[in-house]
Ligand binder design. Sequence first.
Ligand SMILES: C[S@@+](CC[C@H](N)C(=O)[O-])C[C@H]1O[C@@H](n2cnc3c(N)ncnc32)[C@H](O)[C@@H]1O
Length: 236
Amino acid sequence: MCAVENLPPRPGLQRMSDPVPDADDLPPARPALARALEARYGLLAASAGSLSCGDALGAAAPLPGETVIDLGCGRGGDVLRAAALVGPTGLAVGVDGNEAMLTKAREATAGTPGAWFVQGDLAAVPLPAARADVLISSCAVNHAPDKAAVYREIHRLLRPGGRFAVADVVSEQALPDEVRSDPAAWAACYGGAIPEREYLEAIARAGFSDVRVVRRTAPYERGGVRVLSITVVGTR
Ligand SMILES: C[S@@+](CC[C@H](N)C(=O)[O-])C[C@H]1O[C@@H](n2cnc3c(N)ncnc32)[C@H](O)[C@@H]1O
């Protein structure tokens, strides 16, 4: 699960400077990472446990009439809540790469006006540019080998003046090679974590302003490494 805050370490779960690199230099091979994500989230789609970290939706505080995109929406809980906040004149769009997650999300929001879903990659979203007022994401960007590319995509999707709020997992230190190259560790929401400073620099380089961390957990252990979750906001 990615609801890692305040949970005790689970050793059985072991299994993703300047200048900031655009992509992790030792990610698992893309097909292996895709298989690990598919296996993990195909199963978790049927579970009821929380997959979130931080409070992206609360930090974004969507208003009536706004258009919200949730990147890596999972089973659609935040899309459902966002649809209620934006009301009948707004729109809440969930994006996820996992078909089983999207099926669950569509079931969860059936009959909710203004909630809909598209399948896509975090760094290549099949939606038009500059239409969203708000972009949220919870515990998904850590899975992407190229965080900077994801933030460039977030920048593309938001209208000028639009805002994002992303909750995600970062690491205390650069992770050891054996973790950074382990697809199962990436799928389990810690192998792809990069140090917070690098993460924030990638956001700034995508062109955002007013970038701030509004929530930060205490560091905790996953798979023998120290990570934490942050909720970060910024404006296009
Ligand atoms: C930890 S879950 C979080 C789900 C949801 N945001 C929540 O808080 O409950 C991560 C989600 O990101 C999706 N995901 C991971 N990597 C992705 C990628 N490269 N493209 C699209 N979705 C991805 C997974 O399918 C999964 O649904």
